[in-house]
Structure formats: structure tokens, C-alpha cells
Design a protein around this ligand. Structure first.
Ligand SMILES: NC(=O)c1ccc[n+]([C@@H]2O[C@H](COP(=O)([O-])OP(=O)(O)OC[C@H]3O[C@@H](n4cnc5c(N)ncnc54)[C@H](OP(=O)(O)O)[C@@H]3O)[C@@H](O)[C@H]2O)c1
Length: 247
């Protein structure tokens, strides 16, 4: 049984089904949009034992999966893909059917950001991909790694030492991917804030105090503080699922 999720604000509503959740997280129509999704403990930890999975509960996992559904592209930085052991970006049958009913391809494009190109071209991310992934990297990346990836992914070079994230966003838009859903991680979120390309943050506030020195959800950024505006508040037992858009 799906974990119960209620909406507290706006328009309070109880026990949202998947359609109601998808409506609550709908991308704006006719507008390019980049959404970030994170889970954090109450004291700001982005990981437990160096992974995010232990922080969220079933409700967070339910929303995590649903958020992929309406996306044209799922964008992930290489640190997170390596740490969390990403597989192919293949959605379940219900999600694929839902997407087709909305005129979308059955699966979103998987887009990976890496400076080092330290990714295995034989991994399921590429070998089992239902849609050819796109890898964004830099001119200084090792050419032999680039050559190894080119048979299994579109490799796009933007920037010398760091991926030009505005160019990345434009490149995805040129591929028809204007609804971008990013699953992080923190260093990448910081870089996206510096580039000024973040439109929305979906933040699960997990009811736990972790202590210690775990990373926060946003790493180093050269941008001034970015003010955000509260868009909605969902609740699953003691957990809050918050949506903020750029202020
Ligand atoms: N709490 C949450 O919701 C959440 C979400 C996601 C991840 N996490 C956790 O966060 C940790 C990973 O985060 P992280 O900050 O270490 O890594 P990250 O942000 O996922 O990835 C950093 C890596 O991405 C690439 N990268 C990022 N920005 C780039 C740019 N502008 N140009 C070129 N390459 C760029 C580089 O890859 P290369 O190293 O390949 O050059 C860089 O080392 C994991 O423990 C994961 O579990 C938590």
C-alpha cells in the first residue's frame, strides 16, 4: 500500500493519489524549467552513511519515483551516480504508460555531468539505457575516456574546466528536453546555483537529527544567497515534502 501523503498548503487535501501528486508537481506549461530534488535531515544532513537513501522513508521514495515521470530529462552529476549506484533510466510500466498518455516518450533522457569522465561505458546506465544518454563534459577530459563513451552516449563538451551549465540547459532544450528534473548531488546543486539555472527545489525534510559532518544539500556556490518562495507543503506522518520556487 502506498504511504499516505496529505497536502497541508495550499488547498488542503487528504491521502493524495498518484494523479493528485503528479498534478501537485506539474511542470509549468510552455516554460523551460529545472527542478532539483533533495532530502535533508532536520539538522541539514544530505546523507546518512554517505548515501541519501537512508534519510527518506517510503513517502519520500514514492515522490522521488513520481518526480521522474513528467520529466523530459533526468539530470544527475557523476558523484551521485557513482555513490548511489545508478542503473539505466528505465521507468516502470505504469510510469511509461502514463507518459505515453501525455504524449511523452516512455522514458526520459538520462543526462550525466562529469569533468573526469570517470564513468564505465559498460555499466547498466549505458548498456541497458532505453534512450541514448547524454554525457556533458569538458574539453580537458581524457580523450580516451571520451572515445570509449561515444559508442553508447552522446558526449557533449561545453566548457574547458567545468561544464558550462547554461550551455547544458540550452543543449537539452535543443533536444526537446525543457522539463529537467535533477537528482543532484550537492556539489552540482552549488554549481547550478552559481550558474543561476535552478527554478525549483523539491525538498523532503526527514524527521531525524543526524549530527556529524555530513554534507548539506548545496555545496560551494559563488552566487549570492538565492531567495526561494514556498509553493506547497505536503506531509507524510512526521515528514514534510516542501516545494520552493525561485523567489
Ligand atoms: N540528500 C540528497 O537528496 C542527495 C541527493 C543526491 C546526492 N546525495 C549524496 O551526495 C553525495 C554526492 O554528492 P557530491 O557533492 O559529492 O557529488 P555530485 O554533486 O553528485 O557530483 C559531483 C561531480 O559531478 C561532476 N560535476 C559537478 N558539477 C560539474 C561541473 N560544473 N562541471 C563538470 N563536472 C561537474 C564532477 O564529476 P567527476 O568527478 O566525474 O568529474 C563532480 O566531481 C553522495 O553521498 C550522495 O548520496 C544526496
Amino acid at each position: 500500500m502506498s504511504p499516505r501523503i496529505d497536502r497541508l498548503w495550499p488547498n488542503p487535501d487528504a491521502d493524495l493519489d498518484d494523479e493528485a501528486l503528479l498534478a501537485a508537481y506539474a511542470f509549468p506549461a510552455d516554460q523551460a524549467w529545472l527542478r532539483m530534488n533533495f532530502v535533508s535531515s532536520l539538522d541539514g544532513a544530505a546523507t546518512r552513511e554517505e548515501l541519501s537513501a537512508g534519510l527518506g522513508d517510503e513517502a519520500d521514495h514514492r515522490v522521488f519515483d513520481l518526480l521522474r515521470r513528467p520529466a523530459h530529462a533526468v539530470l544527475v552529476a557523476a558523484g551521485t551516480a557513482r555513490a548511489e549506484g545508478y542503473g539505466a533510466m528505465r521507468l516502470d510500466d505504469a510510469s511509461a504508460r502514463w507518459r505515453e498518455s501525455q504524449g511523452l516518450a516512455p522514458h526520459p533522457v538520462f543526462a550525466l555531468v562529469t569533468r573526469s569522465l570517470h564513468v564505465d561505458p559498460t555499466s547498466p546506465v549505458f548498456a541497458d539505457a532505453p534512450v541514448r544518454p547524454v554525457v556533458y563534459t569538458v574539453a580537458s577530459a581524457p580523450s580516451e575516456r571520451r572515445a570509449a563513451l561515444e559508442p553508447v552516449a552522446d558526449v557533449v563538451v561545453t566548457g574547458d574546466e567545468s561544464v558550462d551549465l547554461r550551455a547544458l540547459r540550452d543543449d537539452l532544450a535543443a533536444r526537446g528536453c525543457t522539463r529537467i528534473h535533477s537528482e543532484g548531488g550537492p556539489s552540482f546543486f552549488g554549481a547550478c546555483l552559481t550558474a543561476g539555472i535552478v527554478d525549483e527545489l523539491c525538498l523532503t525534510l526527514a524527521p531525524t537529527l543526524e549530527g556529524g559532518d555530513a554534507a548539506r544539500i548545496a555545496g560551494d556556490t559563488q552566487s549570492a544567497p538565492t531567495s526561494m518562495r514556498l509553493a506547497s507543503v505536503l506531509r507524510a506522518r512526521d515528514e514534510l515534502l516542501l516545494r520552493y520556487v525561485r523567489g
